[in-house]
Write a protein that binds this ligand. Structure first.
Ligand code: FES
Ligand SMILES: [Fe+2]
Length: 372
């Protein structure tokens, strides 16, 4: 039972006593709406990798929680995340990705700077009180963390980076910001976003659905989540016998033997997931659209040298195929779990010691969206 105790006391039981979240948290639209308002729209969500918008003028259009947005590097090189809804009559001013010096709305040619300012609006001089200088595309808060571009809809959001210090220290030797983001594998999934996060954040299931793939390399029983003092989880995956993990690309220079024999599975709650290997990374970009629906983009990220060298083309194909295979194994589990959570007979379960990151997610959610 999740204890809601007296004010000032923790709302979630200590890990060894805790139970999993109630099934309704995964199924009820009203609880999803509460997560959107109290968690997604107040916290920090990753909208892009910085290397996807590398130069002044680079932009990437996206949709997040129903809002059309654009991540852009303005002409001064500063990262911004803007609404891309025209301030005239709401046409999206830009689609896709590319390079631009300004955004011009295709409908009536209003033109915006990459900083969101309205630069030109034809035939508006007779409009009473219209002040071009006071019209601009709304802007989200932005922070960059280890090459990930995070944005928040909440102008008062608590800064993110100081709360991720423990994660930053663990990631630093792997240098994720130096990796290059490649074309994603794209999936449309019909289960709750938390089923995906929970699947990603424990390696207990290596001994189950990945018994023929990950388990021989990284046995479930050796994996462990670090204690976390912020909105993140960090799961270590040591190799079976302490031997270096196999690599397809040149490994990140400077890693110790222990780091070469471990990969890190990370979450920045609520929605940002990535796993960091000695030579590469997979970034899982989740875009929830309903209680039982989200789009998933799995981005393989590799060293720049590997992209520049045709000799690595096959290795990149192999990396993508492996990511696809592992995710297809995970799909089986996630679909099963989401269906099972609809059962009238389903109730909260108990955690293994290997599942501490799931309890950390639960604590994060209960602190922000306690049940009334
Ligand atoms: S809707 Fe964009 S200029 Fe009219
Ligand atoms: Fe998995």
């Amino acid at each position: 039972v999740i204890e809601i105790m007296h004010p000032g006391e923790p709302m979630v039981a200590p890990f060894p006593e805790a139970r999993t979240l109630p099934p309704r948290w995964y199924r009820e639209p009203a609880l999803y709406e509460r997560e959107v308002e109290q968690v997604f729209r107040r916290e920090w969500l990753c909208v892009a990798r910085a290397d996807q918008i590398p130069r002044p003028g680079s932009y990437l259009a996206l949709d997040l929680l129903g809002d059309p947005l654009v991540a852009v590097r303005d002409l001064e090189g500063r990262l911004r995340v803007l609404s891309r809804v025209c301030r005239h009559r709401a046409m999206p001013v830009v689609l896709g990705r590319g390079e631009a010096r300004s955004f011009q709305c295709p409908y009536h040619r209003w033109t915006y700077g990459l900083d969101g300012r309205l630069l030109a609006a034809p035939e508006m001089e007779r409009t009473e009180g219209f002040d071009r200088a006071r019209c601009r595309l709304p802007e989200l808060r932005v922070e960059e963390f280890e090459g990930f571009v995070f944005a928040s809809f909440d102008p008062d959001a608590v800064p993110l980076a100081p709360r991720l210090e423990g994660l930053r220290r663990a990631l630093a030797p792997y240098r994720p910001a130096a990796l290059r983001t490649t074309e994603p594998l794209v999936f449309e999934h019909d289960w709750n976003w938390k089923v995906m996060v929970e699947n990603f954040m424990e390696s207990y299931h290596h001994m189950g659905i990945h018994v023929d793939t990950l388990q021989p390399l990284v046995p479930a029983s050796g994996t462990f989540a670090e204690d976390s003092d912020g909105p993140y989880a960090l799961l270590h995956n040591p190799s079976r016998d302490g031997a270096p993990l196999p690599v397809a690309f040149p490994p990140t220079p400077g890693l110790t033997d222990a780091q070469r024999a471990d990969f890190l599975v990370c979450a920045v709650f609520p929605l940002t997931l990535f796993s960091v290997q000695p030579d590469s990374m997979l970034w899982y970009q989740l875009e929830p659209t309903a209680v039982d629906r989200f789009r998933l983009r799995i981005h393989p990220c590799v060293p720049e040298a590997a992209l520049a060298d045709a000799a690595y083309a096959e290795a990149l194909d192999g990396f993508r195929a492996f990511a696809d295979l592992i995710h297809r194994q995970d799909i089986t589990a996630c679909q099963g779990v989401h269906a099972g959570l609809a059962s009238r007979l389903a109730e909260p379960g108990r955690y293994s010691h290997l599942e501490k990151a799931l309890w950390q997610l639960q604590r994060f959610l209960l602190e922000r969206a306690p049940e009334a």
